[in-house]
Write a protein that binds this ligand. Structure first.
Ligand code: KG4
Ligand code: ZN
Length: 340
């Protein structure tokens, strides 16, 4: 099949409605996003039913907005890529129903994209000339944390993953514990900048083990115990945030370097919400430089959920003929190794 000129990407797996349009030669021509975070902030976390309803409310106006920014009409779309999972069932259904309906109406291919695959390929959107397969990917989001070996589009082998909380989840839960507002990751990272790294030290779970798995729930418990023991001393809050962030970054960096060493690869790609963390980027840049390896990160606006990464993954899959328009299911739970 000919590669469509314009591909629309639809993201609705969690609390962001993202719509973007990718042109096969020009790249991204529009990228619009509506974040629901203020809606969920009062509950301290994402409320799935509210998320689904809000996606349903926003999605069509956002598609209109994306089309007009790209200066094209619905008929110009040659392909549709929507996020089919993993994520919240009701939220995914909104994007999938709209995506499939557009496909039927316009008689264009509509394909379901794996959310983590889209995150993982997002650094290639603006660096596609520099990054060469194979590479190691560190995917650190609110729902997942894993290291994968990437040999091509659709070819992912998980080298290690979290046994409990994801890195972003640990940031969010620790932030909540310290009384920071939702979403906690960016707030905690900001607070940590003012912290003294020598005041507290938290454990580095699973470091020193030969495998590449992660575990963050014990770290959260260690922070909780420490916070209780100092009687919620507000003067120590930034120091605790700093020690927590140091522990997470240390573990992520150690395991990433171990993956590079064991695989003999020289490129590390990081993606997902936590890859926006400036101190994680700085630490990895420094440590990779010392072993002659390179780090690739998505631009900040593409770290957290967005439609651009879905449109781009759709483009790459259509370009390589790697898609199946018959598969209509959404998959709230879906391993990146099981993409058909
Ligand atoms: O990839 P993402 O938008 O959603 C999922 O697919 O889960 O990631 C969101 C996660 C949240 O846990 C958020 O707190 C975290 O990414 N995050 C950060 C930062 N920015 C976002 N964590 C640490 N430092 C940041 N600067
Ligand atoms: Zn995500």
């Amino acid at each position: 099949m000919q590669i469509p000129t314009y591909i629309i990407g639809i993201e609705s797996s969690c609390d962001e409605t993202g719509i973007a349009i990718y042109h096969k030669n020009l790249g991204l021509v529009s990228d619009v996003l509506y974040s629901q975070s203020h809606l969920h902030a009062v509950y301290g976390g994402v409320v799935p039913e509210l998320a689904a309803r809000d996606h349903a409310h926003r999605i069509l106006p956002l598609i209109q907005q994306a089309l007009s920014k790209a200066n094209i009409s619905l008929q110009d779309l040659g392909g549709i890529a929507y996020c089919a999972g993993p994520g919240l069932g009701g939220a995914l259904l909104v994007g999938a129903s709209v995506g499939r309906t557009l496909g039927w109406l316009l008689k264009r291919p509509a394909i379901g994209i794996h959310h983590l695959e889209a995150h993982l390929l997002s650094p290639l959107l603006e660096n596609s000339g520099d990054i060469k397969f194979p590479f190691i990917a560190l995917l650190v989001s609110g729902g997942h944390t894993l290291l994968a070996s990437v040999t091509g589009v659709g070819q992912y082998a998980i080298l290690g993953e979290t046994l409990d909380d994801a890195a972003g989840e640990a940031f969010d839960k620790t932030a909540k514990l310290l009384g920071l507002s939702y979403p906690g990751g960016p707030a905690l990272a900001k607070l940590a900048l003012a912290g003294d790294p020598s005041c507290f030290k938290f454990p580095r779970p699973l470091c020193g083990r030969p495998n590449l798995d992660f575990s963050f729930s014990g770290l959260k418990t260690a922070v909780s115990r420490c916070w209780e023991s100092i009687g919620h001393d507000q003067g120590q809050k930034a120091n605790i945030a700093r020690a927590f962030e140091d522990a997470v970054i240390d573990v992520l960096a150690k395991k990433s370097l171990q993956a590079l060493k064991e695989s003999g690869l020289q490129q590390l790609v990081i993606a997902g919400g936590v890859s926006a963390n400036q101190r994680l980027r700085a630490t990895l840049t420094e440590q990779l430089e010392s072993i002659g390896a390179s780090l690739y990160c998505p631009p900040l606006r593409l770290c957290t959920d967005n439609g651009a990464m879905i449109a781009y993954a759709g483009f790459l899959r259509m370009q390589k003929g790697l898609y199946n328009t018959q598969n209509m299911d959404i998959k709230p739970r879906w391993s990146i190794e099981d993409i058909p």
